[in-house]
Ligand binder design. Sequence first.
Ligand code: ADP
Ligand code: MG
Length: 477
Amino acid sequence: MTTDNTRQIDDCIQLWGEILEIVKYDLGKRVYNTWFKQMQFIGFEDKVITVTVPSNFLRDFVSAKYSDYLLSVFNSHGFAAQSIRILTLDNNTPETIANSDIKQDTIIKFEEVKTSKSDNEQQEENDVNRNFRFNLNTISSLDKKLTFENFVVGRPNEFAYAAARRVAESDTPPFNPLFLYGGVGLGKTHLMHSIAWHIKETQPQKKVIYISAEKFMYLFIRALRVKDAMSFKELFRNVDVLMVDDVQFIGGKDTTQEEFFHTFNDLVDNNRQIIISADKSPSELEGVEARLKSRLGWGLVADIHPTTYELRLGILQEKVKKFKMKIPRDVIDFLAVSITSNVRELEGALNRVVAHSTLVGREVSIEMVNEVLTDVLNANKKFITIDLIQRSVCEFYRVKLSDLNSSKRIKTLVTARQVAMYLSKELTTKSLPDIGRSFGGRDHTTVLYATKKVKDQMEVNQEFKSDVEILKKALEG
Ligand code: ADP
Ligand code: MG
């Protein structure tokens, strides 16, 4: 805590960036972008912090809703402020106001709203901040459901899964770091939690920390502010396994990167396991120092690919087991074909269907799913092309795209090819010769024959009909 009521403006401006980071972390990016992004720090004098926002509307809203919160963040950063003054900026104000030393009176309209705290409240808050300490429980919260047992393995994630298991089962780091990367909702966090659970179970003496990169950043910045950087460093330097999730978030945060780099090196030098996840490979991470990027790629880099129909089906089958309700196979197929974005969304869709059915007592059917999930299905809807049809059909019938367009005549392949041709005719505006060309240069009469064959089959074979309909509905979204 500062003893000086009037902090140097330069000092404050430096802290300002960190305070904004904390706000972003606490309240989320959306709230931050709406209410705080354009806020500027003006000064701190006579226990009053002054900030500006560009409009009266913003000023009123932030004053009413966030001034107490903002005051507490400032005070946790060593300000001993009693109130915060939110002013509206004059339109003529230079953008770099926070860095200029123009007198306040000349640049701001004094339409201020003031909020104060009593001395008692203030004292209490300062005490809380002073007592802020790190302990394992505050940062290492693991989700019981995220275990290896609940992780469904398929082609897109088998390598990452094998690597994760290897790390979890080894005494000493088999590769360091293990770097898991892949798109959102594909199971990175799930694998990290699984590793942690496995180690807790089989090697309980090991100290394991799982932390998001954002939280790492937040704790580090806070530690610096409450002058407790030592215990922060100690905590991370004494772990056996450190997992940092979503490391892309440290891009552009130089001091945190520096600290992370040192922590990282210390742990690796001491033969401790590090596991990192990110949405991109080490070399593609934006705003990350070159030496850190290179260090991150030293161990094993394992990527998780987008899901396939087969994996989605497997995941759904696994997830429906936990519901007492019976969900028809065609609905599961339909979900697996239609919701291709990621596992999180797939899971969410299934939960919604089940919740809806339980609440209104309606039987689960494709029709019902279409109604309940209109938004998700629309978002997953794609522009239908022959290529997309071919891929979907291949996924569905589990055949290779190259085989589909070859001259091979194995039974499943023939069926898949004919269905794909039929759907291309039904769902695109392409002509028969065009479609023929897209299927390995076949003649238009072959396409015509295929569409007729599929129609006939649908008349006599219910199962086949239902397969084709599922595919069609899924493609149409
Ligand atoms: P990420 O961290 O890559 O964004 P998550 O690990 O949070 O993704 O996964 C999102 C959701 O999907 C979680 O509920 C997770 O349990 C589930 N999930 C992802 N992949 C699988 C899988 N292979 N098997 C079972 N559930 C999975
Ligand atoms: Mg995650």
